[in-house]
Design a binder for this molecule. Structure first.
Ligand code: FHN
Length: 418
C-alpha cells in the first residue's frame, strides 16, 4: 500500500515541534584538523589527499554517544555529512571507492549513525554535497564537460543509494549546489535536481528537502544567522559553535560561543517559528570535543526547565523591546528575556490584548500585571536577580491570542494616546 501523500504542513509537523537539531560535519578532513575546506584551501593534489583516507580510522567513534549528547542537549534530530565537497563518503557507495567503508575505517559510518539515531528516538537527517572537488568539471564545466557530466551522475546515483539503503530518512540536507566561477548558471538545470528530488519523494514520501539543490523545496536555510522566513514557510538557521570558518574539526578553535548566546539564538529561531541546527565537528577519532559537549549539556539543562516556550512554538506579534523575544502557544505567550531588567519590572509596549495572569516559567512564582497607557504591559514583582544565568522566561496568559497595537498616528505615544 503506497504511503498517503502528506501535505507540506503534515510533513513539517514534527519539524515545528522539534525546533532544535544537531548538525554534524565529520569526514576525512577531521584528520587534518583545519576544517572541512582543507583540501581546496591548501590546494592538495587529489591523489595526495585521497591517500590520507587510510589515516581516517575513528576507533573511538560511537554513534550512540553522539545521539546521547544530542538528546541530553534537548535536540530532536540530527543531520550528518554523508559526503562533503571533498568527495569522501561516510557511507558505502557502489559508485565510489573513496569511502570510509573501502579505506582506513572499513565501516559504513552512516549505517551506524542511522541505527543510533533511531534507537535514541531522534529523526534522521542526511547532508549531501552535490559538488565534488575531485571533478575538474566542477571548476571548469565548459572545459571539462565529460567530468561535469560524471559528477552530476554521481550525485544522482548516490542520493538514490542514500534514499534506498538506510530506511526512513527524515531530512535531506543538500549543499554545494553552486557552480564555481559561473554565478549566473542555472543550478537546478546543471544538476538536473528536479529529477533527483522527484525520485527522492517517491522513495521517501514524508521527507523534508532543503533549498540548496537549486529548487526551493521545503526549507530555507539561513547560515550563521537567525532570520525568519515568511509565515508558513519552514526554515532552519544552521550555525557553528566555534568560528564560522570551521564546520569540520578545527584543532585550535578559539572563539566558542557562550551558552547564553547559543540559547539566545535558539529562542530567536523559536520566536520566528524556525529551527536551530547547531553544529559539532567531531575529532578524527570520532569523539565530540569537550568544548562542544559542555555547551550542549548546558543548553539541555535550560531546555529541561524552559522547553515549553520553545518546542512547537508559534510566532507572537508582541514586541520584546530591548529585553528579549516572545514565543507563543495559543493564548499563552512566553517572554524570553535576554537582558534582564534590574528594576523588578519588565515593560512591554503596545499590547492590545488583556493579560490574565503571569508567572516565572522556571519557578511558577507569580508576576504582577499592570496594563497602562500606550498599551504598556508592566510585568512586576520580579526578583532583582534573574532566576536563570542565561535567559529567564515569563509565562503570560492572555484572554485571546495576544496582539500588538498598530500605531496609526506615529506621534500619539508622546501624549500616551496610542
Ligand atoms: O561550503 C559549505 C560549508 O563547508 C558548510 O558545509 C556549510 C554548512 O551549511 N555549507 C557550505 C557553505 O555555505
Amino acid at each position: 500500500m503506497a504511503d498517503k501523500v502528506l501535505s507540506y504542513e503534515e510533513r513539517l509537523k514534527w519539524f515545528h515541534e522539534a525546533r532544535f537539531g544537531m548538525f554534524i560535519h565529520w569526514g576525512l578532513y577531521a584528520v587534518h584538523g583545519r576544517g572541512e575546506w582543507v583540501m581546496f584551501v591548501e590546494r592538495w593534489r587529489a591523489d595526495d589527499y585521497a591517500k590520507t583516507a587510510w589515516k581516517f580510522n575513528p576507533k573511538k567513534f560511537d554513534a550512540n554517544k553522539w545521539a546521547a549528547i544530542a538528546k541530553d542537549a534537548g535536540m530532536k534530530y540530527m543531520v550528518l555529512t554523508t559526503r562533503h565537497h571533498d568527495g569522501f563518503c561516510l557511507f558505502d557507495s557502489k559508485v565510489s571507492d573513496f569511502t570510509a567503508a573501502k579505506t582506513g575505517a572499513g565501516r559504513d559510518l552512516v549505517a551506524e549513525y542511522v541505527k543510533a539515531c533511531r534507537e535514541a528516538g531522534l529523526k534522521v537527517g542526511f547532508y549531501y554535497s552535490l559538488l565534488d572537488w575531485r571533478f575538474p568539471g566542477y571548476f571548469e564545466p565548459k572545459k571539462y564537460p565529460e567530468s561535469a557530466k560524471k559528477m552530476v551522475e554521481q550525485y544522482h546515483a548516490q542520493v538514490r543509494e542514500l534514499m534506498t539503503n538506510y530506511g526512513k530518512i527524515d531530512i535531506l540536507w543538500y549543499d554545494g549546489g553552486w557552480i564555481a566561477h559561473d554565478p549566473n548558471s542555472n543550478v537546478a538545470e546543471f544538476w538536473r535536481s528536479a529529477e533527483v528530488n522527484k525520485m527522492v519523494r517517491e522513495l521517501q514520501p514524508h521527507i523534508i528537502i532543503n533549498n540548496r539543490s537549486g529548487i526551493e523545496e521545503d526549507l530555507d536555510t539561513p547560515e550563521q544567522h537567525v532570520t525568519a522566513s515568511k509565515p508558513g514557510r519552514g526554515w532552519e538557521s544552521c550555525m557553528t559553535i566555534g568560528d564560522s570558518c570551521g564546520w569540520g574539526y578545527v584543532h585550535n578553535n578559539p572563539n566558542m560561543k557562550t551558552v547564553t548566546l547559543l540559547l539566545q539564538n535558539l529562542t530567536i529561531a523559536a520566536a520566528g517559528e524556525g529551527n536551530y541546527l547547531l553544529n559539532c565537528g567531531p575529532r578524527p577519532d570520532g569523539q565530540i570535543r569537550r568544548e562542544e559537549q559542555v555547551r550542549l549539556h548546558a543548553m539541555g539543562e535550560w531546555l529541561r526547565v524552559n522547553g515549553e516556550a520553545i518546542y512547537g512554538s508559534q510566532r507572537c506579534s508582541l514586541s520584546g523591546g530591548m529585553l528579549g523575544v516572545w514565543t507563543r502557544k495559543g493564548n499563552t505567550a512566553y517572554f524570553c528575556i535576554h537582558r534582564y531588567p534590574g528594576t523588578g519590572e519588565a515593560i512591554v509596549p503596545l499590547v492590545k490584548t488583556r493579560a490574565v495572569s503571569a508567572s516565572i516559567l522556571a519557578t511558577g512564582d507569580k508576576v504582577t500585571i499592570r496594563q497602562e497607557y500606550n498599551g504598556r504591559l508592566v510585568l512586576g514583582g520580579l526578583p532583582k536577580k534573574p532566576v536563570d544565568p542565561h535567559i529567564t522566561v515569563l509565562k503570560v496568559e492572555f484572554e485571546s491570542v495576544p496582539e500588538s497595537i498598530t500605531e496609526t498616528d506615529k506621534a500619539a505615544w508622546l501624549s500616551g494616546s496610542v
